[in-house]
Design a protein around this ligand. Sequence first.
Ligand code: IMP
Length: 178
Amino acid sequence: MTEVKIHDKEFVDYISSENIQKRIAELGKEIESDLTGKNPIFLGILNGCFRFSSDLLSNIDTPCEINFLKVSSYAGTETTGKVSELIGLNINIKDRYIVILEDIVDTGHTIDFLLERLQKEEPASIKIATLLYKPTAYHGKHKLDYIGFEIPNLFVVGYGLDYDGYGRNLNDIYQIKS
Ligand code: IMP
């Protein structure tokens, strides 16, 4: 068991880097086979998705574009439930095949906001890929198309995910110690 301390909280190892990479390779192949020939645009949601996006795209071998967007919705370990603004949509996505890349889907507020906002741009389709998904916390309206791991309603850090800004650099995913 490996433990890490971030600020006032302790975390224990949960999903190894090896298992993360194995699952991402499977997701990449699934996405690739669904979207080959469609010149998809991947929209990574910063900051948490930076590692997932990079590793996923290295498993996708069809011509595609990648862009990054920012949405502010979260502080500390509790969701504020308030999704305010979409920053960085500076490309035309009309009639394009979009794949949103999220590190984690928790309540689903972020995804609901993004879908509503991006649909206005009239893309051909929008699919959602998330590395982690908390089904018991989720009350969003949309179905998730590609899920890396379903996890219980526990706070996790590592592999892009943070606790108050720290922990994103960890290669494994850690869960909060109860
Ligand atoms: P949602 O809008 O409640 O689905 O939350 C989505 C965002 O909340 C994610 O993109 C993360 O930034 C953050 N988040 C939710 N759960 C966790 C967690 O367990 N650890 C770190 N960040 C989280």
